[in-house]
Design a protein around this ligand. Sequence first.
Ligand SMILES: [Zn+2]
Length: 131
Amino acid sequence: MTTKKNKKMTCVQCGSTEFAKNLRTVDSNGQHGKGHLTIEAYNDPGALIFKGTKASKLRANVCTECGYVMFTVSKKDARDIGRIMNVKKEKKKTPKFKKDDKKEEKIKKNKIKKSIVKDAKKISDEEDKKN
Ligand SMILES: [Zn+2]
């Protein structure tokens, strides 16, 4: 049995499964020396300052057959980014009652009330006869 976890990384270009995985990505032009290449997701991209930024370190996976590079982020970061970017599907809303349905329900309830009152009257009438 194969599970997703055990699924091998496959090169989208040549189909090879031979990868040099999890290599550090380096930005050599940074002002503060070498830094990781990162991607950023914004919760509120229109905001001037507080964009709700989620930054994730990029890891490179190099196909050692053809040289194709695939980037990955950690699974935790991937889930966070998915939440920020609203990737998950919204739950289906339950359809609201139509006006007619509500009316019918009211009528039904009233009928039940009336029948209860009738029964109560019957009982009290019968008790009156006894006395
Ligand atoms: Zn390849």
